[in-house]
Design a protein around this ligand. Structure first.
Ligand code: PLP
Ligand code: COI
Length: 358
């Protein structure tokens, strides 16, 4: 038990929905747990910290985030400790707290003190502990978010905000290897834009290209740089990694490129790969390099990395109307995923203090 110092008001529900959840069949993001953490930013400070029953917000039609998109979010996961099912392990929450503030600063929102993020999360998960699944391939997906709440149609940063954390038990995000398409027409962001921040608008920009690709049978896109349409950046919900001749290549994030989200899963995976004695290169990688490696049989495999998707192997990559199949016998992505999830779930010793215990 950590020392909690903040004054957080608690109001528990009298109508828990827990018994209605089938923990063996939990679609991603549909069922929310019983409670949520909320804090309001008013008069220049965060106030009224509370854990209350999950419920709708009441918003004015002129709420500025609805019009101008001052809205940011995070995504992280909690698991039951495999060594002690009473204990909940949250994976690297401090990193999400830091990144939320990077996003906040980019779109003129107030930052949230890390202790409010951490103690709010801790208090919420203590109350909704029973919502953390104990079934294979499942977790409690945690969604912290912040949005502008001024009721004002003028174009300026809002003066008031709400920060909240909601959670949802989740099963697998993808259940098969992904078919990717290189995207050269649409961009989700551009240099100088908001790609490195987890702002709602980036996701809005990616919906149409993703929908068009889905109509052609693709699961996800590989966005290319907005200027030259030459280098692979990332996918709509994950960073990407290519195993070329045994070297793991992934595009650089900030401070080198401001168009790619700095994935916390990727930071973790890079450390795990290095520990396994693998060579990792964070550098620009062109579409041409990837396609040539596929043609020459030097691309052992490729996968997406992110909280929701964990490690998601690719089945094929399409470029200029041609589908290039990737080796179907690439087992390393699963090996890496087992190691990564083993640490998240307490099956493998966490030597770096990545898991936060509740
Ligand atoms: N890239 C984008 C655009 C994402 O939405 C996500 C998901 O959060 C990621 C990458 C992976 O980041 P993380 O590993 O921190 O979840
Ligand atoms: C996450 O991995 O948390 C994401 O942001 C993906 C989400 C947009 C579904």
């Amino acid at each position: 038990m950590k020392d909690l110092t903040l004054d957080i008001r608690i109001e528990k529900t009298e109508n828990s929905r827990l018994s209605t959840v089938d923990f063996n069949n939990i679609p991603f993001g549909k069922t929310m747990s019983d409670h949520m953490f909320v804090a309001d930013y008013r008069d220049g400070k965060w106030q009224d910290l509370r854990v209350v029953p999950y419920d709708s917000f009441q918003l004015s039609p002129a709420t500025s985030s609805l019009h101008y998109g001052q809205s940011i979010f995070e995504g992280l996961k909690a698991f039951r400790n495999a060594q002690n099912a009473e204990e909940v392990l949250v994976f690297r929450p401090e990193e999400n707290a830091k990144r939320l503030n990077v996003s906040a600063e980019r779109i003129c929102m107030p930052t949230i003190p890390e202790e409010i993020f951490m103690e709010g999360l801790h208090t919420l998960l203590e109350i909704d502990r029973e919502w953390v699944p104990n079934t294979p391939d499942s977790s409690l997906y945690i969604r912290p978010f912040m949005f502008a709440t001024d009721s004002f149609l003028g174009m300026r940063p809002s003066e008031t905000y709400t920060f909240a954390i909601i959670t949802a038990p989740a099963g697998k995000y993808y259940s098969k290897a992904l078919r990717l398409k290189v995207e050269k027409e649409f961009a989700r962001t551009a240099p100088g834009g908001t790609g490195f921040a987890k702002v709602a608008g980036n996701y809005a920009a990616s919906l149409l290209p993703a929908k068009l690709a889905a109509e052609q049978g693709y699961d996800q896109l590989l966005y290319t740089d907005a200027k030259e349409r030459k280098y692979i950046e990332e996918s709509g919900t994950m960073n990407v990694m290519f195993d070329i001749d045994g070297t793991f290549v992934t595009s650089p994030t900030i401070p080198v490129e401001d168009t790619i989200l700095r994935s916390i899963t990727r930071l973790t995976v890079i450390e795990l790969l290095e520990e396994m004695g693998k060579k990792v290169e964070e550098r620009h990688i062109s579409v041409e390099e990837v396609i040539t490696a596929i043609k020459e049989g030097r691309l052992n495999g490729a996968f997406g990395i992110g909280t929701a998707v964990t490690i998601a192997p690719f089945a094929s990559i399409a470029d200029e109307g041609i589908d290039y199949e990737l080796p179907a016998d690439y087992t390393f992505a699963q090996e890496l995923k087992d190691k990564f999830q083993g640490i998240q779930k307490g099956e493998i010793e966490d030597t770096r203090g990545w898991t936060y215990k509740i």
